[in-house]
Design a protein around this ligand. Structure first.
Ligand SMILES: Nc1ncnc2c1ncn2[C@@H]1O[C@H](COP(=O)(O)OP(=O)(O)OP(=O)(O)O)[C@@H](O)[C@H]1O
Length: 311
């Protein structure tokens, strides 16, 4: 089921068209919305929350039109803004509890949910410290906690890994994974880095210049290439020998570092590889499937470099 649908969305600022006829569907689960800085990600989120009224087209969020039912949308949707927006002189516990009560939870339930979500995001011990003294990673976690404290059906996270060091980035991505897959809250998360959402997102939407570039299941984008990499053991240059022998038997093969990449277009190809290695008196170390990463899908052509001959 779709949690968000947009149809021909246009957002024209005085000088910039930030969304340009954008039609997309965000399914349940974790969706990565990827695009370079200025692609229109934050504008899209603000339109979906009903904070900005689009100049054309429309959207449905959990079945509601945010342009006319913004308050109802925001009751059911959590939002983690990109920029630092936390009051410095308040503790995470006070802030998240305040947000919980603002969303309509009675005081006792708000207190209980606050300590629960602060534990989930890893801020249990620091919850009574003033947020002004928090590191960037802790601030991001506090922002995430306030976004999910009212148990929304959907949470919109705007660049949650921005400014984080590699370890905190990994922690944040694991948290997003848990929120989407263990807590049952659908997540739409934006990033300007394609590769980082590969692990957590079930679905990827790529936007560029306010337009939809691509939308598909992550597994479809990172599907196996149909190629294998063959590693052999033997004297210097033996990999080239294997490649040459494969090409002579009509197999498409080409060098890949110190190994040989082979197109497996029929099941017998794997037998041919084994026979060639044995005939040449070499050791077969491994035959490994080659997967595309998301970055490769967008940065590199899908076809092997030509000519497909190991020289
Ligand atoms: N309030 C505004 N008024 C005028 N132009 C705006 C406004 N907000 C954004 N823009 C412009 O709209 C375009 C899209 O911006 P947006 O912030 O949506 O992109 P983004 O993909 O979220 O990038 P970033 O991650 O850098 O915020 C940019 O060219 C930006 O300069």
């Amino acid at each position: 089921m779709a949690v968000v649908e947009t149809q021909g969305l246009i957002m024209q600022y005085p000088r910039v068209r930030a969304l340009d006829n954008l039609t997309l569907v965000i399914p349940e689960g974790v969706t990565g919305v990827v695009g370079v800085n200025g692609a229109g990600k934050s504008t899209l989120i603000k339109v979906l929350l009903g904070l900005l009224r689009p100049t054309g087209g429309g959207a449905r969020v959990l079945g509601l039109d945010p342009a006319t039912h913004g308050a109802q949308v925001r009751e059911r949707v959590g939002y983690m803004p990109e920029h630092d927006c936390l009051p410095a002189d308040v503790s995470a516990a006070e802030f998240v509890m305040h947000m919980a009560m603002m969303s309509g939870l009675p005081k006792d339930a708000a207190r209980e949910r606050t300590s629960e979500v602060l534990r989930h995001v890893g801020l249990a011990e620091e919850r009574h410290r003033l947020m002004g003294g928090y590191s960037t990673g802790m601030k991001q976690r506090a922002k995430l906690a306030q976004a999910i404290v009212h148990s929304p059906a959907l949470v919109l996270l705007d660049e949650p890994t921005n400014g984080l060091d590699p370890r905190s980035r990994d922690d944040m991505l694991s948290l997003i994974d848990r929120i989407g897959h263990d807590f049952g809250i659908s997540v739409a998360v934006t990033s300007h880095l394609l590769g980082e959402l590969e692990r957590s997102a079930d679905y990827i939407i790529v936007i560029d210049g306010g337009r939809l570039l691509r939308a598909s299941q992550t597994t479809e984008l990172t599907h196996t290439t149909g190629n294998v990499v063959v590693e052999v053991l033997g004297p210097l240059g033996c990999d080239r020998q294997v490649g040459q022998a494969l090409v002579e038997r009509g197999v498409t093969a080409w060098p890949s570092g110190s190994r040989i990449e082979v197109r497996v277009d029929r099941p017998e190809t794997l037998d041919v590889i084994r026979d060639v290695v044995v005939e040449l008196g070499l050791g077969l170390v491994r035959i490994q499937e080659v997967h595309h990463t998301l970055e490769e899908v967008f940065d590199r052509p899908a076809e092997p470099p030509t000519p497909a001959v190991a020289r």
